[in-house]
Design a protein around this ligand. Structure first.
Ligand SMILES: [Zn+2]
Length: 216
């Protein structure tokens, strides 16, 4: 079986996504684009807790199943659209995380008004208009609304988080949930929301160059 380790990394990521309460049941999905342009995706509607590496489906960029006996996630067309149009993206996770989804009903973006959003998400995260689920449209909107960000909030639906690895995409989704939770708490007070200036945002983004340990 090809990519056994990578297949397991998708399952581990899906379990973490669930532990972080970004999905319930078998909701959401995880995908990873391999250097040979084959794509690993989680299967449709299977419990993550009992999922085995052989349940992960290998497809090509056109959606043809190359390896695996399971039906791929119903969002496959959207995911492949993202991979075909965003070379910087090597992994996606799709969630129904509650705070980001709630925010999509009352705002057009999560603004870059606090450090988490600037440092972890590369700036404001936009809300894309509603499209039917399990449709390529979700991918089209993700490409259109992502910009430099590592996530897009899908109105009335959930989130597409992007990364160069499944852990990177997961971390974007977790940071986004923290940011949305914080911003909604601020909005709920009914008081005016304070904003950072573009200069302050740029300055904070620059600081990011220092953060962490060298050679990691
Ligand atoms: Zn969904």
């Amino acid at each position: 079986m090809r990519y056994e380790q990578e297949r397991q990394s998708l399952i581990d990521c899906a379990l973490q996504m669930k532990a972080e309460q970004l999905v319930k049941g078998s909701g959401g999905n995880v995908s990873l684009r391999m250097p040979d342009d084959l794509v690993l995706v989680t299967p449709s509607a299977m419990a993550y807790e009992t999922m085995r590496p052989e349940d992960v489906v290998v497809v090509d960029l056109q959606g043809r199943v190359v390896e695996g006996g399971r039906r791929p996630t119903s969002d496959l067309a959207a995911i492949l659209y993202v991979f075909r149009h965003m070379p910087r993206v090597r992994a996606t996770i799709h969630t129904h995380q509650p705070y980001a989804t709630a925010l999509s009903l009352v705002a057009d973006e999560l603004p870059a008004d606090f450090v988490t959003v600037i440092d972890e998400l590369n700036g404001a995260v936009r809300v894309a208009p509603f499209t039917r689920s399990s449709d390529e449209g979700m991918g089209v909107q993700t490409v259109e609304y992502a910009g430099n960000s590592d996530a897009v909030i899908l109105k009335h639906h959930g989130v597409m988080a992007l990364g160069t690895s499944v852990q990177g995409a997961l971390s974007a989704a977790v940071s986004l949930e923290e940011g949305c939770r914080c911003y909604l708490a601020a909005l709920a007070t009914g008081l005016p929301v304070a904003h950072l200036t573009n200069e302050q945002i740029a300055d904070e983004a620059e600081e990011r160059g220092y953060y962490g340990q060298p050679n990691e």
